[in-house]
Design a protein around this ligand. Structure first.
Ligand SMILES: [Zn+2]
Ligand SMILES: [Zn+2]
Length: 563
């Protein structure tokens, strides 16, 4: 269905562009100065080609040439020149729909704002006037409000100022809307290089911001370029502090020179800027600074909310309706309680038994995303042997004191594994869950009992990340009240707890520090130490397994070998 819609959009686009090109040729021939498109002809041609759109023609036109996702689907990016853009804009603006229908009007504004550099001052004003009307009438429909803020924040500095004067009332009740609006404002301030407003804005809202590689790069350029930051170098440190506390603070290698040469050396006059290695425990091999990971406070917050987020509606259903599942969870929690009584008996490793038994190597099963399909190419015997191989190869029973192996009932029949379990009773408990249980939940739940517990798994637990994201953006009665940023804490905790298997069998301990910009101390000081994660290769599979280099920046003291 959607594909058909996209096809029709692209057909409409071709018709318009053909007409436009014909007019361009005619213009050259007759030396005329203006170009017009006969829109009736365009519509006629559409009818001839049986292109029907449910919305009216103007809407279809906006969608066909919009650079933004409209109606929930994304049209491919089309770059059109200023003249064609203005021809479309002028035509749509004259339409009855835009004149009489506020939703049409705001969508038109959104279209306008997609090419801010093409806009004339009347169009910028027009956007503001429509926004003003919608606000005066107190329309509270979320997609419309979002469109208003997209149009305002993308179109001009004046319109961003206007957005800054009205946004507060929209971030009081709906948390998801709040996050959306704050990030739109952030990006708008950045695009339009309004560094003073940006600074105050970030100071207030950095916890809610989710920059990306590109916006962090732009931010670095702004730090390098704007004179505001020459007079007040303290502000640059603050900006680094803000980003370090946002949802994303990694630096793409492309912006490394800007960071090192222009900001750190030129503006801040840092002398010791070096490429460094950070040990797994977080210690910088260059300056000795200890980079922190998830704090105990954050961990406690995660743990306190874990059960209710991880066991979602489906699990609740099973638990409520099938007594054996309820008993299973009850007994599992009993086990958790008993084992954490005393320090020596608590687990230090939780093994995702079923997950690691499967080999992911491409020769056996091409599976780029790591999202394994349980294809029947595996024989039980292979799985059984492989998990035993992993445990023995990595000397797991020597490296860990108390291990909990979680699997499913059918693993009782794995001969080698069960022999290994018997032989290592002292170190190894196992818990084979009912076959239809989602064992992932139990693995994470067991692991979150103590901050030092490691998880052995190749799973990325993306479903669980989604559960945390949804919990964070949930609608509830106290939409205005801020929530702990558990999606971020979960992400970091998992990263810092999970032992990965390299080449399907060699265990690799996790880094125990946050992958983000680190600046210490966090409170004001003239010359803090900074550590920057530079991403040299972005993970193509979107599991955030990037390749990093770290840069250590200190002032005054120690060490040769400048970058
Ligand atoms: Zn260092
Ligand atoms: Zn192996």
């Amino acid at each position: 269905m959607e594909e058909k819609k996209l096809e029709r959009m692209s057909a409409l686009r071709s018709i318009v562009i053909d007409h436009y090109n014909q007019q361009l040729d005619a213009k050259d021939e007759h030396n005329s100065s203006t170009i017009t498109i006969n829109w009736d002809d365009v519509q006629m041609e559409m009818e001839q080609q049986r292109l029907n759109f449910r919305s009216n023609f103007e809407f279809a036109l906006l969608s066909a040439f919009s650079l933004d996702p409209v109606d929930g689907y994304t049209t491919e990016k089309v770059k059109i020149d200023r003249e064609l853009f203005q021809l479309i804009a002028n035509y749509v603006q004259q339409s009855d729909a835009v004149k009489t229908n506020k939703i049409a009007a705001i969508r038109f504004c959104r279209f306008l704002s997609s090419e801010a550099t093409y806009l004339n001052s009347e169009q910028k004003l027009f956007i503001r006037s429509i926004a003003d009307r919608i606000i005066e009438e107190d329309i509270q429909v979320q997609p419309i409000i979002v469109d208003v803020f997209i149009a305002l924040t993308q179109s001009s500095p004046e319109n961003i100022q206007f957005a800054l004067s009205i946004y507060e009332r929209y971030i009081q009740t709906n948390f998801e809307l709040k996050i959306t609006i704050l990030n739109l404002l952030f990006n708008g301030l950045l695009q339009h290089q309004m560094e003073k407003e940006l600074y105050s804005f970030m100071k207030q809202y950095h916890h809610f911001l989710t920059p990306d590689f590109e916006s962090i790069g732009q931010l670095l350029r702004l730090l390098a370029k704007k004179s505001t930051f020459v007079k007040e170098p303290k502000m640059i440190f603050d900006v680094f502090r803000f980003i370090s506390q946002s949802n994303f603070s990694l630096i793409d290698k492309r912006f490394c020179t800007t960071l090192v040469e222009k900001v750190m050396k030129h503006k801040l006059e840092y002398e010791n800027i070096q490429s460094t290695k950070i040990h797994r425990d977080g210690k910088c091999s260059c300056c000795g600074e200890q980079l922190p990971g998830v704090t105990l406070e954050q961990f406690k917050e995660l743990k306190a909310n874990f059960r209710q987020i991880i066991f979602d509606k489906n699990d609740q259903y099973m638990i409520m309706n099938l007594p054996e599942y309820e008993v299973q969870l009850f007994e599992f929690e009993e086990l958790m309680r008993n084992t954490r009584q005393s320090g020596s008996s608590r687990y230090d490793l939780v093994i995702d038994g079923l997950n690691i038994s499967y080999r992911r190597s491409a020769t056996l099963l091409p599976d780029k995303t790591g999202l394994r399909t349980y294809a029947k190419v595996y024989k039980v015997k292979d799985l059984d042997q492989h998990i035993c191989h992993i445990l023995q190869f990595n000397r797991v029973f020597e490296r860990f004191q108390r291990i909990l192996l979680i699997g499913r009932d059918h693993m009782k029949k794995w001969f080698a594994l069960n022999r290994l379990i018997r032989q290592n009773k002292k170190h190894l408990d196992h818990c084979f869950l009912l076959n239809r249980t989602r064992d992932d939940n139990y693995i994470l739940y067991a692991a979150v009992q103590h901050p030092n517990i490691r998880i052995l798994s190749s799973d990325y637990f993306r479903d669980h990340q989604t559960k945390f994201n949804e919990w964070y953006l949930r609608k509830d009665n106290d939409g205005s009240i801020d929530r702990p940023n558990l999606p971020l804490i979960f992400n970091r905790w998992l990263r810092q707890s999970k032992i990965r298997l390299i080449d399907d069998h060699r265990m690799e301990e996790p880094n125990r520090f946050d992958m983000r910009i680190h600046i210490s101390p966090m409170t004001n000081q003239a010359e803090p130490r900074l550590h920057f994660p530079i991403v040299t290769k972005v993970d193509p599979y979107q599991n955030e397994d990037h390749e990093y280099e770290w840069i250590c920046c200190t002032k005054g003291d120690n060490k040769p070998g400048k970058l």
